[in-house]
Design a binder for this molecule. Structure first.
Ligand code: ATP
Ligand code: MG
Length: 356
């Protein structure tokens, strides 16, 4: 299914969106788009098509739920949604490898756990075993092998001085979603496509969306990997922007994204525009003017994320500012086990955990 046509989307739109780092930049982008204002269109879950202006963009409630704010605001600490998104990215990489495996052999049995999937598809042991791993992997030192995999997931902090804002992006080179399925996956709520997949982690269909609560705006782009596309239009890039809608005279607010159709589908741009930017496949979430509270994420995110994702199934990169060298993120279990080769610093093992 193709995305509905939206008029007047400039050719350089994707470039502008992907370089936006502040809410001022997002507001300018929104001004340039055919967005129907809150006074002309209010999302009605009973009939989202009421008041719809064909060919324009409308603010559509995340998950099609006018009462989504309560669930989206459940996160607790501001770092938690970043951990959730990073785990989703790991799953995006696993899903890509699983999809490719099934292309080759449609009856291939599925891995019994995320760790088994990572071992099968990436030849990676649990990361806390990596420092003492006795064999080469694909003829290379295990750490170099793992370091290359870490490049496929990037958590990127962007600090702006004027206005003073912090923006955080979580990017992956995973399977990506097609534009026509983004509303029922990336922008859904309480719905997950992972429940019957023992090799994935998420199950509630909720985790990632908690990031909207800490952001003034969020935007997302997703593009399906070429070998897993089913139609020509699957090469397009789906995109949308998310914001908090607080209508005058109402106390209940909700999170909404730009939709191109009353069924909730998002707008898209031709794949060639993404090719130009080197975005071949995967998902990129960007949370603009992210509220980290009192902490300075450029100093503390390294420790917090390593603590939160203590022994992640796949390593990833953290980039704490523009021009800074990416830090590979292995989790604190790795660092402790590395220490324990010379000193006794670790008295626990990290055996596979049963999945309920
Ligand atoms: N990086 C990504 N790449 C591809 N699809 C994604 C990505 N992140 C999220 N999704 C899709 O969006 C859906 C919602 O993600 P979300 O994290 O909210 O829920 P979940 O991972 O299914 O469950 P949980 O709430 O337990 O994390 C996922 O089921 C998946 O289909
Ligand atoms: Mg998740």
């Amino acid at each position: 299914m193709t995305s509905p046509l939206i008029k007047n989307i400039p050719d350089d739109f994707l470039k502008k969106l992907t370089s936006a780092k502040t809410s001022t930049a997002i507001k300018a982008i929104l001004e340039s788009l055919p967005v129907v204002g809150d006074e002309s269109y209010t999302f009605d879950p009973e009939d989202p098509s009421r008041g719809w202006h064909e060919g324009n963009l409308h603010w559509f409630a995340v998950g099609g739920d006018r009462g989504n704010a309560g669930r989206i605001k459940l996160a607790g600490a501001p770092e938690n949604p970043i951990g959730e998104r990073t785990v989703n990215s790991m799953e995006g990489l696993i899903e890509l490898a699983r999809g490719r495996e099934l292309l080759e052999n449609p009856s291939a049995s599925c891995p019994a756990s995320p760790r088994e999937a990572v071992k099968r598809y990436f030849k990676l042991p649990p990361l806390d075993e990596l420092p003492g791993w006795p064999q080469l992997i694909d003829g290379r030192k295990p750490k170099y092998h793992a370091r290359d995999i870490a490049r496929k997931i990037r958590v990127r902090l962007m600090m702006s001085k004027q206005p003073r804002q912090t923006t955080i992006a979580i990017e992956d080179d995973g399977i990506g979603q097609t534009a026509s399925t983004m509303h029922s996956t990336l922008l859904s709520l309480g719905k997950s496509d992972k429940g019957d997949k023992p090799y994935l982690i998420g199950v509630f269909g909720q985790g990632g969306s908690s990031a909207y609560a800490a952001s003034e705006y969020s935007f997302v782009l997703s593009r399906r990997a070429a070998d897993l596309r089913q139609s020509e239009s699957d090469s397009d890039v789906g995109w949308t922007i998310v914001r908090n809608v607080f209508l005058p005279g109402r106390r209940d607010h909700y999170y909404a994204y730009l939709a191109a159709s009353p069924d909730g589908r998002v707008p898209s741009v031709p794949g060639i525009r993404a090719d130009e930017l080197g975005f071949l496949h995967g998902t990129r979430f960007c949370h603009v003017n992210y509220d980290f509270g009192k902490i300075d994420p450029s100093r503390s995110l390294y420790q917090t994320l390593n603590h939160l994702l203590f022994n992640p199934v796949i390593p990833y990169e953290l980039i704490t500012g523009e021009g800074r060298r990416p830090d590979p993120m292995w989790g604190t279990a790795y660092r402790l086990s590395k220490l324990s080769r010379s000193k006794v610093a670790l008295d626990k093992r990290f055996d596979p955990q049963p999945i309920a």
